[in-house]
Design a protein around this ligand. Structure first.
Ligand code: ATP
Ligand code: MG
Length: 223
């Protein structure tokens, strides 16, 4: 039934960098893999992304915000993720439901049980097999994004005060502690290359259950 991998963590921790590197590595190793991001990942989801992250939408109601994230997720799960898993493929998703719990739950103080109910409706209960958590001090992550300003999107959620981001980080800690079998806790302060290797090594046992096409000898990479 394929393999569903998500990347989570605070702003600027390296989710997009590491999820892309993993996708490229697995594709080169012969796996059928797709790389998507939330919110978005589909044409409809990308339109929702523009609304939910738009810097001008300062009057966004927190309930509306949670439902928009879930609407984007429902579209992604049904249009892309489920068909890919049904084809025994790998899905690498840059943020998923845990972001809702961390940001709208811990960050904005929305009721976690309600968020779980809405998420269950949106996803039909589809949970990741593995979640790579890139753990970082939120102040450092935000600083990374500011340093890279121009290249990276600065969105409506980034613009929250630091205490919001600290609550989000504590939320990730709680979520990871509650489900240690699914979460892989990585120190996001390590170099990009060291982290990429660590993530590949950690995932190796999970890849046993995923089919892979035969690669010509001259194209092979080690895993
Ligand atoms: N391990 C690392 N060490 C130092 N800098 C890094 C590391 N990983 C990523 N960066 C840099 O930090 C910035 C943010 O990285 P990236 O966009 O991958 O983070 P992100 O978690 O996807 O951020 P966002 O939450 O905004 O989506 C980029 O400029 C990237 O090059
Ligand atoms: Mg990103």
């Amino acid at each position: 039934m394929g393999l569903f991998i998500t990347f989570e963590g605070s702003e600027g921790c390296g989710k997009s960098t590491q999820s892309r590197l993993l996708h490229e590595h697995l594709r080169a190793a012969g796996y059928n893999t797709i790389h998507v991001r939330e919110p978005g990942g589909t044409p409809i989801g990308d339109q929702i992304r523009a609304v939910v992250l738009g810097m001008n939408n300062t009057e966004m109601d927190p309930t509306a915000e949670s439902l928009l994230f879930s609407a984007s997720r429902a579209q992604l799960v049904n249009q892309i993720i489920r068909p890919q898993l049904a084809a025994d493929g790998i899905v690498i998703c840059d943020r998923y439901a845990d972001s809702t719990y961390a940001y709208q739950g811990y960050g904005l103080g929305r009721n976690l049980a309600d968020l779980r109910t809405v998420t269950a409706i949106a996803t039909g209960g589809l949970a990741p097999d593995v979640t790579i958590w890139l753990r970082i001090d939120p102040a450092i992550g935000l600083q990374r994004k500011q340093t890279a300003a121009g290249e990276l999107e600065w969105n409506r959620l980034d613009a929250h005060e630091l205490s919001f981001h600290q609550r989000v980080a504590e939320g990730y800690q709680d979520l990871a502690t509650a489900e240690p079998h699914r979460w892989v806790n990585c120190d996001a302060g390590l170099s990009i290359a060291v982290l990429a290797t660590h993530i590949r090594t950690t995932l190796a046992p999970h890849l046993d259950k995923v089919p892979r096409r035969a690669i010509p000898v001259n194209e092979r990479t080690t895993l």
